[in-house]
Design a protein around this ligand. Structure first.
Ligand code: PMP
Length: 360
């Protein structure tokens, strides 16, 4: 087993309390105690997402829930809009392509947040109500998009807003009802302080109507099947029962802290991490930074990959490298979920020391 603490932007380090409940004996998912658990998690998530939407749980990572959102809201003749500024936004595009849908693409340079004006210009030209797919927290660059502004625009043009909140939910503010988000996508392994294995979507009433008319092929993620089971507080297929037990505990910790306080807590972690890396002479990549993770550019002569390796080997701390063309060029530091200023300082001290050794 590798002995290191995760400072990666998902999966994240999770509280000992959550780890403990994961080893409880498994119970049967067609029994009343499972329904009780699912209701508890649904209620807690509804509060954290500020949502009156219906929530559906999947035994998959976040991408599964993105696929569920895509295949359930779209019909084969739809011309959606994908607004992206990184690798995870790109995933919406790839999903659409997999189902032979050709979206209109709004692409921002990596590191920049998507401009609401660009979205407005595109939606203005659409004749019938369209679907906008986008990302709250773009984990490949650390950008936080202005979903509140996007929601005002989609409302104005009667469009549907689908948001990948996988990395942001619980760390970056996101209020589903107030911001007019029709489908909000999430997963267990980020700021919700649980292990990977469960994803979910929270769906507005209006989106549910469109979903009933969807013609794209689907089976495992067919919400019409899910709805019949949701009414009984069940899932159609075998759920990741233990992960759900862990998720319930993780959400309880957030609710105990208080939802707004939890956002403030992450804001402090974000501010602190940004200040410290800037003091190390590093540049922050995102123009509009998220509080879930900090992404720093690495000078070319140093390179990210070997710094990450050294910090892991010497200090037992794991940061994440950049993905695809950003590999070796950035370091991604996760602080979503179970982190504290003290814990961040331990990781940042290690980074500073390794950097100093290289610069000397
Ligand atoms: N969207 C974002 C913004 C993410 O950060 C991730 C996970 N890194 C995902 C979606 C889903 O990825 P996965 O299927 O690996 O959970």
């Amino acid at each position: 087993m590798n002995k290191y603490t995760l400072f990666t932007p998902g999966p994240t380090d999770i509280p000992p309390d959550v780890l403990k409940v994961l080893s409880k004996p498994i119970f049967y998912h067609r029994e009343e105690n499972f329904a009780k658990l699912l209701k508890e998690v649904t209620d807690a998530l509804g509060k954290i997402l500020s949502s009156s939407g219906k929530i559906y749980f999947f035994t998959s990572s976040g991408t599964g829930a993105m696929e569920a959102a895509c295949t359930n809201i779209l019909s084969s003749k739809d011309k959606p809009v994908v607004a992206l500024c990184g690798k995870f936004g790109q995933r919406w595009l790839e999903l659409c392509k997999a189902y032979r849908i050709k979206p209109i693409v709004i692409k921002e340079d990596y590191g920049k947040a998507i401009s609401p004006d660009k979205i407005e210009k595109v939606l203005k030209k659409r004749k019938s109500p369209t679907v906008l797919f986008t990302t709250l927290t773009e984990t490949s660059t650390g950008v936080l998009n202005d979903i509140k502004a996007f929601g005002k625009i989609t409302k104005k043009f009667n469009a549907y807003l689908v948001v990948d909140g996988v990395a942001g939910i619980g760390a970056d503010r996101c209020y589903q009802d107030e911001w007019n988000i029709d489908i909000l996508v999430g997963a267990s392994q980020k700021a919700l302080m649980s292990p990977p294995g469960i994803s979910f979507i929270s769906v507005s009433k209006r989106a549910l109507k469109k979903i009933q008319t969807s013609t794209l092929p689907k089976y495992y993620f067919d919400l019409n099947i899910y709805e019949k089971f949701r009414e009984k507080a069940q899932t159609p297929w075998t759920p990741a029962i233990n992960v759900l037990v862990g998720l319930a505990r993780g959400l309880k910790i957030i609710l105990k802290r208080g939802i707004e306080k939890n956002f403030l807590y992450h804001q402090r972690l974000g501010d602190h991490t940004r200040q410290r890396v800037q003091k190390m002479g590093l540049e922050i990549m995102p123009s509009r930074p998220s509080n879930a993770l900090t992404v720093v550019k690495m000078p070319e002569d140093i390179g990210a990959t070997r710094i990450i390796k050294r910090v892991k080997e010497k200090y037992g701390i794991l940061f994440a490298d950049g993905q695809a063309e950003l590999k070796n060029r950035i370091i991604r530091i996760g602080h979503m979920g179970n982190y504290s200023i003290r814990k961040m300082d331990r990781a940042l001290d290690a980074l500073a020391e390794v950097l100093n050794q290289w610069r000397r």
